[in-house]
Ligand binder design. Structure first.
Ligand code: NDP
Length: 287
């Protein structure tokens, strides 16, 4: 018998999750602030609750996927969570997740926080490669892992309820850095007779080729030896920065996305770390 699920929140993401559980044969009770979105799922077999409280009373496993932490507070306020397993897939900060875990504990519920590394079309499509970071109650995760993995893969990152959000934000932050670099690259060719569609595959392949450098970074951070295995030392890289800045200037491109990183590299070099690679920059960021 498949585990029954209660799902609160049927936005783009919640609706995708609902469909995945329904098509896998899990009995599903749903509630949404705007009832029309819930009604649309009855034809697919969902049971629609009249209130959040009724939905929470229906099953031991409660999944919420709402806009933000404030909406979670609002929706769960009038519900009885005693003995419930609460899984919160709403994006938030690590601090919000930890506070929500404590809040749930005070109400007699087990708590698992989730950070979704996917967009709605990736839900229910294992080959799309998305997953959800989970952190919080290990008992809850173990008990419901088989149900949680139905819509999308699961990656448990620890008992600290804030760790899922922290991993989520860390990966997305790195993604924005990558997008920033790509934006600068496209800007450099913008006024030239170079097809962006010709640059794109070169760019994508290059980023993929360079990405495994993070393993060396991790190895250096663990050992504390930032010179370990360095092929391109900081002194050489800082000496190369004028080439990047001059090229940007010649192409009429504002260097504001690159400059802050170069500035950190220069500061680290000034501390006498010319034999290191780029790992020392991390220590300048942490205060
Ligand atoms: P949507 O904007 O599509 O849906 C938001 C949901 O929250 C709706 O069900 C809405 O209800 C509900 N809601 C908002 N405010 C309140 C409130 N005050 N009280 C009750 N219900 C409320 O967002 P998504 O479904 O896309 O996202 C849901 C969560 O998933 C977010 O935390 C988002 O960050 C996360 N996520 C989304 C991704 C995406 O690509 N979409 C990717 C990864 C994570 P109503 O229908 O009544 O408006």
């Amino acid at each position: 018998e498949k585990t029954s699920v209660t799902l609160l929140g049927l936005g783009a993401m919640g609706t995708a999750l609902a469909r995945a559980w329904l098509s896998a044969g899990h009995p599903l009770t749903v509630w949404n602030r705007t009832p029309a979105r819930a009604a649309a799922l009855t034809a697919e077999g969902a049971r629609v609750a009249d209130s959040a409280a009724e939905a929470v009373a229906a099953n031991p496993l409660i999944v919420v996927c709402l806009l933000d932490d404030a909406s979670v507070e609002e929706v769960l306020a009038g519900t009885d969570l005693t003995g419930r397993d609460l899984v919160n897939l709403t994006t938030g900060t690590p601090a919000q997740a930890r506070a929500r875990a404590e809040w749930a504990r005070e109400r007699g519920a087990r708590y698992l926080d989730g950070g979704i590394m996917a967009v709605p079309p990736m839900i229910g499509v294992p080959e799309a490669g998305g997953y959800v970071f989970y952190s919080g109650s290990p008992e809850l995760f173990e008990r419901h892992q088989e149900t949680l993995v139905v819509p999308i893969g699961t990656t448990y990152v620890g008992e600290d309820a804030g760790f899922a959000a922290l991993h989520d934000v860390a990966l997305l932050s790195a993604m924005y850095g990558m997008f920033a670099g790509a934006a600068h690259a496209f800007a450099l060719i913008r006024k030239e007779d170079i097809d962006p569609a010709a640059l794109a595959p070169l760019l994508a392949d290059w980023l993929v080729t360079m990405a495994p450098a993070v393993h060396q970074t991790a190895d250096q951070l663990r050992s504390g030896d930032y010179t370990k295995g360095v092929l391109s030392n900081l002194a050489m890289q800082v000496a190369g920065t004028p080439t990047f800045l001059s090229t940007a200037e010649q192409q009429g491109v504002n260097p504001e996305l690159l400059s802050p990183y170069f500035e950190l590299m220069r500061r680290r070099l000034a501390e006498g770390s010319g034999e290191e690679g780029l790992t020392g920059v991390i220590d300048l960021l942490v205060h």
